[in-house]
Design a protein around this ligand. Structure first.
Ligand code: GAR
Length: 204
């Protein structure tokens, strides 16, 4: 039997944590190439923290509001992450923009999931903007994080049809189930080495 060393992976969240939960559950499989060793939230009231605790994953809170500025918050975040000796970091509904100082420490090792087919619709309110543009296709993207917001190399994407009568809420809810499937697949590709930064997702 071959022995694989699982990549030590942390997850940053701000909210309910459905993508975090999908990553934790995927990583419970024996042959999954990553293990989730810590979940960190910038909000003490993030629902995802209880889910992570319930699954026996270590949790930490670094309350972004408690720090004078972005850099002080990020220094505390880096201090919190360091003892966990992480190989990879996954942003999963983490709603703080990270500075180049932080991002550069994780170059090629930090992933994000974004609710649009990047490079379309970086930023927020993606579902509203897809509907306003009259598009018939929407989707989600897992990408490597680079200093420019939502602009790093794409690892994986999934697309869905926009249906007549869709609202931002119905679209977001339907897309979420695809996000929850896509993120574990994308993390596996990176953790196994099948996708390497800054390679393209189709270069397996
Ligand atoms: C997801 O839809 C994710 O794509 C989005 O927030 C939601 C988090 O849900 N992320 C962003 O908008 C990043 N800017 P979750 O907490 O259930 O994973």
């Amino acid at each position: 039997m071959t022995h694989h060393t699982k990549k030590r992976t942390g997850i940053l969240i701000s909210g309910r944590g459905t993508n975090m939960k999908a990553l934790i559950e995927a990583a419970e499989a024996r042959d999954y190439p990553a293990e989730i060793v810590v979940v960190v939230s910038n909000r003490a009231d993030a629902g995802g923290l209880d889910i992570a605790r319930g699954k026996g994953v270590a949790t930490e809170v670094v309350p972004s509001k408690a720090f004078a500025d972005r850099l002080e918050f990020e220094r505390a975040l880096a201090d919190t992450l360091r003892p966990h000796a992480l190989d990879l970091l996954c942003l999963a509904g983490f709603m703080r923009v990270l500075t180049p100082w932080f991002v550069e420490q994780w170059q090629g090792r930090m992933l994000n999931i974004h609710p649009s087919l990047l490079p379309l619709f970086p930023g927020t309110h993606t579902h509203e903007r897809v509907l306003e543009a009259g598009l018939k296709t929407h989707g989600c993207t897992v990408h490597f994080v680079t200093p420019q917001l939502d602009a790093g190399p794409v690892i994986a994407q999934a697309s869905i049809a926009v249906e007549p009568g869709d609202t931002p809420e119905t679209l977001a809810a339907r897309l979420l189930t695809f996000e929850n499937r896509l993120y574990p697949e994308a993390l596996a590709k990176v953790a196994s080495g099948a996708v390497q930064y800054p390679g393209r997702a189709d270069s397996s």
